[in-house]
Write a protein that binds this ligand. Structure first.
Ligand SMILES: CC(=O)[C@@H](O)[C@H](O)COP(=O)(O)O
Ligand SMILES: NCC(=O)COP(=O)(O)O
Length: 245
């Protein structure tokens, strides 16, 4: 079963835009779980542009599904993970000033650092996932580092999906097949939406988790959160959609 982890970063973006506590990030997380989300994902960035460290602390006792915290493992981030001990930590190589995540790790260059961080989090009982591109050498090294899972950065897949979905999915099938052979769990995320998600799932049915935020929260503005979450879940347990005309 491929789990849907709802990333609530953009709920916090809306809240922060006016100050105060509307929408209430914690209540949205509670409701996402009631509506069928298998997990909640947050990405507290150093500039706290959306999810704040304080949000992560407030969320922790209210998450009764899987709690996935993403981020670049700075000393502050590592301390947060030590305090929260979420279900999973996803290590992302983002620079502080990026608009959004736009690349996976160079696991070869950062092997020693990532090995230490993975070992530290695993010693706390936290599942570790490394955000990677479809480069097979990077995935092989993620396995040598000892990560439990990889998260495939699906930005390039989403970009190419509309023009040529067969070409878009090919490197992801190859990467996910390699990861599976190496004993790595396979997660996926970034720019997934109601148009491209089912094709990813049908071609890589052994996906453990997809984490989806921007498009899902945007869709909820039109469809409502409960209907939207059910629509995304439905993409993860049905045969291939016929290509849209
Ligand atoms: C790692 C990844 O691809 C996304 O989860 C990322 O967290 C999105 O970050 P923003 O919500 O800040 O765009
Ligand atoms: N890891 C991907 C994630 O959590 C959400 O990415 P997006 O759907 O906001 O692009």
């Amino acid at each position: 079963m491929t789990k849907l982890s709802v990333n609530i970063n953009k709920v916090a973006t809306l809240r922060n835009s006016r100050g105060g506590n509307i929408p209430d990030v914690v209540q949205v997380a509670i409701d996402c779980q009631l509506f069928g989300a298998d997990g909640i994902t947050v990405h507290p960035r150093p500039d706290e542009r959306h999810i704040r460290y304080a949000d992560v602390i407030d969320l922790q006792p209210r998450i009764n599904t899987e709690f996935n915290i993403e981020g670049n493992p700075s000393p502050e981030f590592i301390s947060l993970i030590k305090r929260i001990r979420p279900t999973q930590v996803t290590l992302v190589p983002d620079a502080h000033d990026v608009l959004t995540s736009d690349t996976g790790w160079d696991t070869v260059e950062h092997k020693d650092f990532l090995t230490d961080v993975v070992n530290e989090f695993q010693s706390m009982g936290v599942r570790t996932s490394i955000f990677v591109d479809t480069n097979l050498e990077m995935i092989k090294m993620a396995s040598k580092i000892g990560a439990d899972r990889i998260e495939l950065f699906t930005g390039p897949y989403a970009m190419e999906y509309k023009s040529n979905r067969e070409k878009a999915i090919a490197p992801y099938i190859e990467a996910a097949t390699m990861a599976k052979k190496l004993g790595l769990g396979v997660n996926a995320g970034h720019d997934l939406n109601l148009e491209n998600l089912n094709y990813l799932y049908v071609n890589i049915p052994w996906l453990k988790e997809v984490s989806i935020g921007h498009s899902l929260i945007s869709d909820a503005l039109y469809m409502g959160l409960e209907k939207t979450i059910k629509a995304y879940k439905n993409c993860l347990n049905r045969p291939l959609d016929s290509p849209k005309p």
